[in-house]
Design a protein around this ligand. Structure first.
Ligand code: FES
Length: 93
């Protein structure tokens, strides 16, 4: 494994590197939700939009399962703040 590759930050919100993800997969954590519990990946402000696909791909490479067979985990849709003045005016954005 390339040492520099291991330092690539996969989850920018929680600052989790590829090396950390690989380490926990090697320890037996083989679903997105398991990695989420130990590393907090997918729990940042983007709710996994920035890292979910890359982590699922890494799980696929490490486990030999196609991405389509790996559960993407549970997640909430990202929320955006809405100005109260827009709500008061009856705006829809
Ligand atoms: S990049 Fe992983 S939660 Fe945002």
């Amino acid at each position: 494994m390339n040492e520099r590759e291991e330092e690539i930050v996969i989850c920018r919100c929680e600052e989790v590197t590829l090396g950390e993800i690989r380490e926990w997969i090697d320890r037996g954590y083989q679903t997105f939700d398991e990695l989420k519990r130990v590393l907090r990946v997918g729990m940042g402000p983007c709710q996994g939009r920035g890292c979910r696909e890359m982590i699922l791909r890494e799980l696929s490479l490490k486990t030999g399962k196609p991405v389509s067979e790996i559960h993407p985990g549970t997640f909430r849709p990202p929320s955006k703040p809405v100005k109260l003045s827009l709500l008061a005016a009856g705006g829809d954005t």
